[in-house]
Write a new protein. Structure first.
Length: 573
């Protein structure tokens, strides 16, 4: 059992690992931070571009938020910073209002990050983290797959060097047809080479012959995106590719951004609020799921509300430091953990290296081809485009499968934000539909036991004068009439019936509408000289029934067990 946390650890969670920090941990954290930085620099710039922002903002988003999380967060390996899906959601939220890359767009992105942080912080402080987790996992999975598909095709405009629109698949196809004749073949060739480089070079490095002769192949394979960036810059510099139409990142301001509150007014806040809420939801769900996976592997404690607070403060710091919304990155977290990171100090060290890059090496990236950055995004994000979960979910649950397909088509055919809302809404509609159609079974006694099972699945004994049914759902206004219709049909088919027993073993609550239905049905059964009984009623349900009028004048009885009910009533018929 873990020791109770001190007051200092409750205020500053980082103290729980700082007080035991030693040289060996520092060496492991330093190595992992070097490996992560090889991914983080090209990824951060690429994801900033994906969000419609200057590439340098991706570096800004990787500094203070990561340090903040290291101090407040609970996961030792979670890497906070820009990620593809949140970047795409940022673009989807802001692009209809402002010109991407413009000063007002950049200020709105900072304000969006600030709002996401405040929403997450408030939810964490007031322990409302459970509200965000109401989004079903199939919807989240479908949303991620559809968003990844949109993100991937959205990068084609940089590879083809034409002004494609990718808000949804229809707009993308229309713009592709419109600009097809203007495709820049040199840019396309460079993009294809970059994609092949990113896909096949890591496989070659990790092949058995290479592993036998070279040490550190894992580090080399993780560094392939950074190597591609260097080669892309070198090709532009030495071959003068800009003169034949290859677009590059351009001048990147060096230095660290001044901390300031982004411009805001009430009208802008209200416009950004729906997007901020959705980004906060997806950000938390994605970050928590990644943190939980690593926490399980490392046997570390994780508190969902504390994670919300840490994520909230990290996003507030992003908004105040000229960045955009951030969350946990799956790819960098996995790399961080695999590289041997022992504590959140690995994230702090990564941030320090990013500061050095921001201060002294931004000029190095001015000749970086946009097609190379786009290829980096496409290869990293395409791994998420997997349609197997749709088939597996459909086979397991048709309801969840429908929700997944609705979310997927809503995202790719409308846009990311509306698609997520439709997916969430469809989940609740389908849930209500499922509750309104509960599984109801006629049950009988399994020979030689005291157990009762569905007569359609087991060879079970029944008495023609006693009807036993089991309802596998809580009783509410949503399914009260469905149960009544089932009871009426079952009673109508048996002219010799004297007793009806409802097995309540699967019922955890009965609302007023369902109670009134049972009372009305009991009155109708009295006219037919049939008694209505209940069995195996749970304590909380029984507490409610004892305060109702029906319990005092019901025609039948309430039995502790269904076996006891059958034994007693069998002697009466």
């Amino acid at each position: 059992m873990s020791e109770p946390k001190s007051r200092l650890e409750q205020v500053i969670p980082a103290w729980s690992w700082l007080k035991h920090y030693h040289r060996d941990s520092f060496k492991s954290d330093l190595l992992s931070s070097l490996i992560v930085i090889a991914m983080l620099v090209p990824q951060g710039m690429a994801y900033a571009m994906l969000a419609g922002l200057p590439p340098v903002t991706g570096l800004y988003a990787s500094v203070i938020p990561m340090i903040i999380y290291a101090i407040i967060g609970g996961s030792p390996t979670l890497s906070i910073g820009p990620v593809a899906i949140i970047s795409m959601m940022t673009f989807a939220t802001l692009s209809p209002m402002f010109e991407p890359g413009s000063p007002v767009y950049i200020q709105a992105a900072c304000l969006l990050a600030l709002m996401v942080g405040i929403i997450s912080l408030l939810l964490g402080i007031f322990r409302f983290g459970f509200l965000i987790q109401l989004i079903s996992h199939p919807v989240i999975k479908s949303f991620i797959i559809a968003s990844a598909l949109l993100i991937a095709i959205g990068q084609l405009k940089f590879i083809l060097n034409i002004p494609l629109q990718s808000n949804n698949i229809t707009v993308f196809i229309e713009s592709l047809i419109q600009y097809f004749n203007y495709i820049h073949l040199t840019s396309l060739g460079l993009g294809i080479l970059a994609i092949l480089f990113l896909i096949y070079l890591p496989k070659l490095i990790q092949s058995q012959p290479i592993k036998q002769h070279i040490r550190g192949t894992q580090f080399l394979s993780r560094s392939v995106p950074l190597l591609l960036v260097i080669l892309g810059i070198a090709s532009v510099f030495f071959l003068n590719l800009q003169h034949i139409g290859i677009k590059t990142v351009g001048e990147i301001p060096s230095g660290f951004p001044a901390l300031h509150l982004p411009f805001w007014n009430l009208d802008l806040v209200l416009k950004l609020l729906p997007g901020a809420i959705m980004i906060a939801m997806i950000s938390f769900v994605e970050s928590l799921s990644i943190a939980q996976a690593t926490a399980l592997q490392q046997r570390s404690h994780l508190n969902s509300n504390q994670e919300l607070i840490a994520l909230g403060v990290a996003n507030i710091s992003a908004g105040l430091s000229s960045a955009f919304p951030v969350t946990g990155s799956l790819s960098r977290t996995v790399v961080n953990a695999d590289a041997g990171a022992k504590t959140p100090m690995a994230g702090v060290l990564s941030s320090l290296f990013i500061i050095i890059v921001s201060l002294y090496f931004t000029g190095f990236f001015k000749d970086l081809p946009l097609a190379v950055l786009a290829a980096t995004i496409m290869v990293s994000i395409w791994k998420l485009v997997d349609f197997k979960p749709f088939i597996q979910t459909w086979q397991y649950s048709k309801v969840d499968g429908i929700a997944m397909w609705i979310t997927f088509f809503a995202v790719i055919c409308i846009d990311i934000s509306a698609g997520l809302l439709i997916g969430i809404f469809s989940t609740f509609i389908l849930l209500l539909w499922k509750i309104s159609r509960p599984h109801i079974a006629i049950i009988g006694l399994v020979e030689g036991t005291q157990h009762f099972r569905n007569i359609e699945r087991y060879k079970a004994q029944t008495n023609p004068q006693i009807l036993s049914i089991r309802v596998d759902e809580n009783l509410s206004f949503l399914n009260a009439h469905t149960l009544k219709d089932f009871l009426i049909n079952a009673v109508s088919q048996n002219k010799n019936l004297q007793h009806v027993i409802i097995n309540c073993s699967s019922i955890s609550s009965i609302d007023l509408s369902a109670l009134e239905m049972l009372e009305e049905f009991d009155i109708e059964l009295i006219k037919l000289n049939i008694k209505l009984h209940l069995s195996e009623v749970k304590g909380p349900v029984m507490d409610k029934l004892t305060h109702s009028n029906w319990i005092n004048h019901m025609n039948g009885s309430i039995f502790l067990t269904h076996f006891q009910a059958i034994q007693q009533l069998s002697h009466e018929v």
